[in-house]
Design a protein around this ligand. Structure first.
Ligand code: NZQ
Ligand code: ZN
Length: 387
C-alpha cells in the first residue's frame, strides 16, 4: 500500500425530502445565491419551483443561471462569473448532474481571479480561493457532488479538460433518490457506466497489497451492476436508485483510491470523444474501457482474473488465467449491452478518420495512465480496438 492522506468534508444529506434542507445549509455561508441548473429537466419535474420557493422562505436572494449543457462549456462559466461579481454572490447552488456541478465549481474558481478562468485548465494559474458551493443531485453518475474535480470544455479548439483542487469540494451534497425518477433510461445506464469507470480507474493498479480497497471496489461494482439492471427496467425503483446514488458518491469521493496508484487513461480517451463528437460521458466510457482492458490486461493478468472471479463469479481456473481475464472483460461488455449501452465507436457514429488527432490531443501533456503508460501510438491502437 502507498502512503496517503485522505480528507473529504462534503456533508452528505441523503434521502426523501432532503432537498428541503438546502436553505438552512446555504444560510451558513450567505444570503445571496446563484442558482445554477441545466437545460430544463428541473423545470419539467417541478423541482425548480420547489427550490425557489424554499429558498425564498428563508429570505435568500436568488440569482439564476440555467442552460448548462452536458459537457459544460467555458463560455457559460464566464457569464456565471460575471453575474457573481456584479451581484456579490456569496454561494452557488448547483442543481443537476456532473455538468451543472462542474460548471458551478468553475464559476466559483473564477470569481476572485483576475485573469480568464480557462487559465486554470491550461496550468497557467494557481487556485487561491473559491466561493462556497453546494449541490442538489439529480442523476447518479459523475460523482462531482463530492469530488475535487471539475471537467470543462473550451469550445475554442474543442478541448475537454479537468482541474483538481481540494478547494472544489462542495460544502454539502443533497442526495434524494426520488429526484432521479424523471431520468431517461439511457441516462441511468450511462451514469452507472461512469460509476463503474470511476471504480475501474482505481481498481486497475499495479500497487500490490491493497486488499481492503480491492474489496471495497468489488463490492461497489457488484452493487452497481445489480442495481443498474433493475433501474433501467424500473426507473422509479427507490431502492435501486438509492444504491446507485450512494455508489456515485462513494466511487469518486477519493476513498477507493486510498493507498493505490490510480490510472485515468480511459477517461482521457473518452473525453476526446466528448470534445469532438459530443458523446455522453458514460457512453464514451462503456466503449473505451473494454477496449483499454483488452490492450493492457497482459500487464497484470491476475488483476483481471480477480475481477472475473470476484465480480462476475466466473469459476476459478488457475490453469488458464488468461482465459479467465478475457472472460471478465467479455462479461463487462455483456453487462453494458444488457443495459442498453453502445459497445463500439461505430454505434456511437464516431468515424475513424480522427483517431490520430484525438490521440495527439489525449497525450498533449505526455503519456497517459499508470497501469501502463500510453503514448500516441498506443492510444490510436485502443481507438482501433474500439471501432
Ligand atoms: O440539463 P438537464 O435538462 O437537467 O438534463 C440532463 C442532461 O441532459 C439530464 N438529467 C439530469 N438529471 C435529470 C435529467 N433528466 C431528467 N431527470 C433528471 N432527474 O441528464 C443529462 C446528463 O446530465 P449531466 O449533468 O451531463 O450528467 P452527468 O452527471 O453524467 O455529468 C457528466 C459530466 O460530468 C463530467 C463529465 O465529463 C461530463 O462533462 N465528469 C465530472 C467529474 C467530476 N467533476 O468529478 C468526473 C467524471 O469522470 C466526469 O468526467
Ligand atoms: Zn467519469
Amino acid at each position: 500500500m502507498e502512503n496517503f492522506t485522505f480528507k473529504n468534508d462534503t456533508k452528505i444529506i441523503f434521502g426523501r425530502g432532503s432537498e428541503n434542507k438546502a436553505g438552512e445549509e446555504i444560510l451558513k455561508y450567505g444570503k445571496k445565491v446563484l442558482f445554477h441548473y441545466g437545460s430544463g429537466s428541473i423545470k419539467k419535474s417541478g423541482l425548480y419551483e420547489k427550490i425557489l420557493k424554499s429558498l425564498k422562505e428563508k429570505d435568500i436572494l436568488v440569482f439564476e443561471l440555467g442552460g448548462v449543457k452536458p459537457n459544460p462549456v467555458v463560455s457559460l462559466i464566464r457569464q456565471g462569473i460575471q453575474i457573481c461579481r456584479e451581484n456579490k454572490i456569496e454561494f452557488i447552488l448547483a442543481v443537476g448532474g456532473g455538468s451543472v456541478i462542474d460548471s458551478a465549481k468553475a464559476i466559483s474558481m473564477g470569481i476572485n481571479y483576475n485573469g480568464d478562468v480557462w487559465d486554470f485548465f491550461e496550468g497557467k494559474a494557481k487556485l487561491e480561493s473559491t466561493i462556497p458551493m453546494g449541490v442538489i443531485l439529480t442523476i447518479p453518475a459523475a460523482g462531482s457532488e463530492s469530488s475535487v474535480v471539475t471537467v470543462i470544455t473550451n469550445e475554442d479548439g474543442l478541448i475537454k479538460r479537468g482541474f483538481h483542487s481540494d478547494k472544489l469540494l462542495p460544502k454539502f451534497a443533497i442526495l434524494n433518490p426520488e429526484l432521479t425518477f424523471t431520468l431517461p433510461v439511457y441516462q441511468i445506464a450511462c451514469g452507472s457506466a461512469d460509476i463503474l469507470a470511476h471504480t475501474f480507474e482505481r481498481y486497475f493498479t499495479q500497487t500490490a497489497n491493497v486488499d481492503l480497497t480491492d474489496r471495497l471496489c468489488e463490492g461497489l461494482m457488484k452493487t452497481v451492476i445489480e442495481n443498474s439492471k433493475i433501474a433501467v427496467k424500473d426507473p422509479k425503483n427507490y431502492d435501486a436508485m438509492a444504491e446507485l446514488m450512494w455508489a456515485s458518491t462513494i466511487a469518486h469521493n477519493g476513498i477507493l483510491g486510498t493507498g493505490r496508484v490510480e490510472d485515468w487513461a480511459s477517461h482521457k480517451l473518452g473525453h476526446e470523444l466528448s470534445a469532438l463528437y459530443g458523446i455522453t460521458h458514460g457512453a464514451s466510457l462503456a466503449v473505451m474501457f473494454p477496449a483499454w482492458m483488452k490492450y493492457v490486461y497482459e500487464y497484470n493478468i491476475n488483476r483481471f482474473a480477480q475481477l472475473a472471479v470476484r465480480v462476475f463469479n466466473i469459476d476459478y481456473d488457475l490453469n488458464d488465467v488468461e482465459k479467465l481475464a478475457l472472460r471478465g472483460i467479455k462479461e463487462l461488455e455483456n453487462h453494458f449491452k444488457e443495459i442498453g449501452l453502445p459497445a463500439t465507436l461505430s454505434e456511437l457514429k464516431v468515424p475513424s478518420d480522427k483517431f490520430e488527432l484525438m490521440a495527439e490531443k489525449a497525450v498533449v501533456k505526455g503519456p497517459i495512465g499508470n497501469f501502463i503508460k500510453l503514448g500516441k501510438e498506443d492510444v490510436v491502437k485502443i481507438y482501433e480496438l474500439a471501432k
